[in-house]
Design a protein around this ligand. Structure first.
Ligand code: AMP
Ligand code: ZN
Length: 117
C-alpha cells in the first residue's frame, strides 16, 4: 500500500526501533509509549484491520501471537502483559494497517474505555 506508514516501516523506508523481524512479521517500539514496554507487532503484508482477517491471511495472526510469547520472555514481561488491537472508528484505530499493541511493565487498568458504555 503506497501511503501506508506501517508498510513503509516494514519495507525499511521509514526508520523504527525494531525488536523482532522475520519474513512475515515485524515488531518495533511504539513512538508514543503508553507503558514501560510498548511494542507494536505487525504483519509485513498489508492487512487493513482485524475486520479484514480471513481464512487466506489468518496464519500470520497466529504467528504474531507466537512472536508475542517469545518477546514476552526476551522483554522480561514475566509478570504478564496486555495485547490490544484497535479496529475501525469505534475501536479508535489510527493506523490502517493491522497491528497488535503489546504493553507491559506495569499493572494495567481495566476496563480499558474511558467513556460511558
Ligand atoms: P492505533 O491507534 O491502535 O491505530 O495505534 C497506532 C499506534 O502507532 C500508536 O500507538 C502510535 O503511537 C503508533 N505509531 C504511529 N506512527 C508510528 C511510527 N512511525 N513508529 C512507531 N509507532 C508509531
Ligand atoms: Zn500497510
Amino acid at each position: 500500500m503506497a501511503d501506508c506508514i506501517f508498510c513503509k516501516i516494514a519495507a525499511g523506508e521509514i526508520p523504527s526501533t525494531k525488536v523482532y523481524e522475520d519474513e512475515t512479521v515485524l515488531a518495533f517500539k511504539d513512538l508514543d509509549p503508553q507503558a514501560p514496554t510498548h511494542v507494536l507487532i505487525i504483519p509485513k503484508e498489508h492487512i487493513a484491520s482485524a475486520a479484514d482477517i480471513s481464512t487466506e491471511n489468518s496464519a500470520v495472526v497466529a504467528h504474531i501471537f507466537e512472536v508475542a510469547a517469545k518477546l514476552s520472555r526476551e522483554l522480561e514481561l514475566d509478570n504478564g502483559f496486555r495485547i490490544v488491537n484497535n479496529c475501525g472508528e469505534d475501536g479508535m484505530q489510527s493506523v490502517q494497517h493491522l497491528h497488535f499493541h503489546m504493553l507491559g511493565g506495569k499493572k494495567m487498568g481495566w476496563p480499558p474505555y474511558a467513556e460511558e458504555k
